[in-house]
Design a protein around this ligand. Structure first.
Ligand SMILES: [Zn+2]
Length: 409
């Protein structure tokens, strides 16, 4: 019984001490997860500083882990409260059993004294009765009674003495039964105390393990909260600078678009503003789209931002081909776009369409040059506001940035 109980408690202690599956997650998994997110963020937001992207990824990671960490910390606190209660309960039960043991020992001691007294008293009554009656032995008394020769006084005295002796003997046997019962109870209580001491010791160990666990879970939670707060602060500290940078990029984008639009308007006035068959081809055929055209919320400014083209995962040094026949409107360095080539394809289905190729290592054409669909116009790279080799490809429709994919697929 004792042994089984110990094992059960040990199992409970182990369950407390052993970390849960989520707590043993390999930190390298977190690292690679953050690394992946950094890459993703930098693809999604070209030119986003790597350190800032990391801060955002770490903030998101902390945010994602918070609910579990909160739940784990709460569960550990609850387990600790339970362990403390169990510890206190065991201590109280042990004290109560020890008090019962003390009481029983004292009852047995006084019972033993009582038995001693009754024994002496019974013996004395017996002796006195015989002495007073003049009867010298039990046999003589019985003979006298049978013959009717015994003096009444003598028998009466013997009779009363026998009754008194009987009462003493009754008390004696009652006390003996009581003592026997108390001794059995004492043995039970003593065994129980031994079990309770084991259980109380286990409860102390469990409580201490629960304290360690609760502290660990609380520390993890606090670490996450600090990591998140620190990241939020860095993000907020960089908000104004990022807003300025994005506004500058947007202004540059608008300025470049306006320039192209002005050039197109001049050509439109001249008439016959068409080149080739008006069908465009993918300039980076076979390479994956790493970031599509469209609006997204910027992770630092929290504002909507247009990704003005389609990004293709083209390695640096790859020849880039003109999407269609046309005239080069611009070729060269433009800041955020790095080395950029703009090709006008003239009127396609009533709209003036131009394509742009950005972040090149090198441009292979010059403004005013006529190009054919598929001609190599540049060599891909990661110049300007770019954090990795790719082609940022744009389509401008009447001077506005539109989704390139319907034009090239
Ligand atoms: Zn892009």
């Amino acid at each position: 019984m004792k042994h089984r109980l110990g094992l059960a408690v040990t199992a409970a202690v182990l369950a407390l001490v052993l970390p849960t599956a989520s707590a043993v997650a390999d930190p390298r998994d977190d690292k690679s997860k953050v690394d992946d997110r950094v890459k993703e963020l930098q693809q999604e937001f070209e030119g986003l500083d790597e350190d800032l992207a990391r801060v955002i990824a770490e903030r998101d990671e902390a945010q994602e882990k918070l609910p579990d960490a909160e739940a784990e910390s709460k569960a550990a606190d609850d387990a600790l409260a339970e362990a403390i209660e169990k510890d206190q309960d065991m201590a109280a039960r042990l004290t109560s059993a020890e008090n019962a043991q003390k009481d029983l020992k004292s009852s047995i001691k006084s019972g033993t004294e009582e038995i001693g007294k009754h024994k002496t008293s019974a013996a004395r009554i017996g002796r006195q009765a015989y002495q007073n009656s003049g009867i010298t032995s039990d046999l003589a008394m019985l003979l006298q009674m049978a013959e009717g020769t015994s003096a009444d006084g003598g028998i009466g005295r013997v009779d009363s003495a026998v009754r008194s002796q009987q009462r003493t003997i009754d008390k004696l046997s009652e006390q003996r039964a009581l003592n026997k019962n108390n001794e059995e109870r004492l043995s039970g209580v003593t065994e129980k105390i031994s079990d309770l001491k084991d259980e109380a010791a286990e409860a102390v160990v469990a409580k201490e393990a629960a304290q360690v666990d609760a502290k660990k879970k609380a520390d993890s939670l606090n670490d996450l909260i600090s990591a998140k707060d620190d990241a939020e602060k860095t993000i907020s500290d960089n908000k104004a600078t990022t807003e300025k940078q994005l506004a500058d990029e947007k202004a540059e984008q608008d300025r470049l678009a306006k320039k192209v639009r002005e050039w197109e308007k001049e050509q439109e006035k001249k008439g016959n503003f068409t080149f080739g068959d008006g069908v465009l081809a993918n300039p980076a055929k076979g390479y994956p789209i790493t970031s599509p055209f469209g609006y997204r919320i910027h992770p630092i400014t929290g504002a909507k931002k247009l990704h003005s083209g389609t990004d293709f995962g083209v390695p640096c040094g790859t020849p880039i081909h003109a999407a269609g026949d046309g005239v080069v409107v611009g070729a060269g360095w433009t800041g955020g776009y790095g080395n950029r080539v703009v090709v006008s394809h003239g009127k396609i289905k009533g709209d003036s369409i131009a394509s742009t190729y950005n972040h090149n290592t090198k441009v292979k054409v010059h403004a005013g040059q006529k190009v054919k669909k598929g001609d190599v116009i540049s060599i891909s790279g990661t110049t300007g506001a770019s954090t990795g080799c790719h082609l940022h490809f744009e389509i401008m429709k009447n001077g506005g940035y539109v989704n390139p994919m319907p034009y090239i697929s």
